[in-house]
Design a protein around this ligand. Structure first.
Ligand code: PGA
Length: 243
């Protein structure tokens, strides 16, 4: 199975010029790519990113979030939100849903995440659902981690039958440099695969140019989700060379 690398730009960069710079790095390496790459810029950079990826078959566009309603004729009264169809119309193919930063800072609940997943799938978008435990749970042991993830999956995927992509992202490993060793990640990834069939399972959390191949070389890990390192030009170049 071809591996998948998802670049989550989070709330970066500060301007369109910098966004173009990051995209241009992806252009240089595109012809060498063995993995599929999904770029998830903030909403405001989706249009320029969309024009950039045209005619680059191994590059796909993703968004970092989506709302669960589509506007009726005349417009939808959901200030600030972006609908699945709006994304589709821009050439977006993937959407990250349930990132732990949104669960924490925006108080996104499993119920909201479930609605978003259903709406996105209905619109034909590929969903990348993020799950993962915090440090308190991790310290309780692997049994507690598995219970937590199982619970998240049950709630987030209620009445969802279509296959999707799941990113195992332990919260303690995100943006900390304290990445989860491949062996530990594989234990949870195998557990997720025992519950959810026909889905790609990625690892995310402090993946960088130095450690990316440790994950991609493991057959149980179907790909990686890269945050911070995906907007640092030097790291990005290294990532694209390593895989
Ligand atoms: P990170 O973020 O690579 O900066 O740890 C991963 C993510 O987007 O969750």
């Amino acid at each position: 199975m071809k591996k998948l690398i998802v670049f989550n730009w989070k709330m970066s960069p500060r301007g369109a010029k910098e966004a173009q710079k990051i995209l241009s790095v992806l252009k240089v390496k595109n012809h060498q790519t063995k993995a599929d790459i999904v770029v998830c810029p903030p909403f405001v950079y989706l249009p320029i990113s969309s024009s950039f990826i045209v005619n680059r078959p191994s590059l796909k566009l993703g968004s970092q979030d989506v709302f669960w309603e589509n506007p009726p004729a005349g417009g939808g009264a959901f200030t600030g939100e972006i609908s699945p169809k709006m994304l589709k119309n821009l050439g977006v193919k993937y959407v990250i849903i349930g990132h732990s930063e949104r669960r924490e800072h925006l108080k996104e609940t499993d119920e909201m995440i479930n609605k978003k997943i259903k709406a996105a799938l209905k619109a034909g978008l590929k969903v990348i659902l993020c799950v993962g435990e915090n440090l308190i749970i991790r310290k309780k042991g692997i049994g507690a981690v598995k219970n937590f993830i199982k619970n998240q999956l049950e709630k987030d995927l209620q009445k969802v039958k279509s296959p999707l992509i799941i990113a195992y992202e332990p919260i303690w490993a995100i943006g900390t440099g304290n990445y989860c060793r491949p062996k530990e990640a594989i234990e949870i990834i195998k557990f997720i695969k025992s519950i959810i069939h026909n889905s790609k399972i990625l690892y995310g959390g402090s993946v960088n140019g130095k450690n990316i191949s440790d994950y991609l070389n493991e057959k149980e890990i179907d790909g990686v989700l890269v945050g911070g390192a995906s907007v640092k030009i030097n790291e990005l170049k290294r990532i694209l060379n390593e895989k």
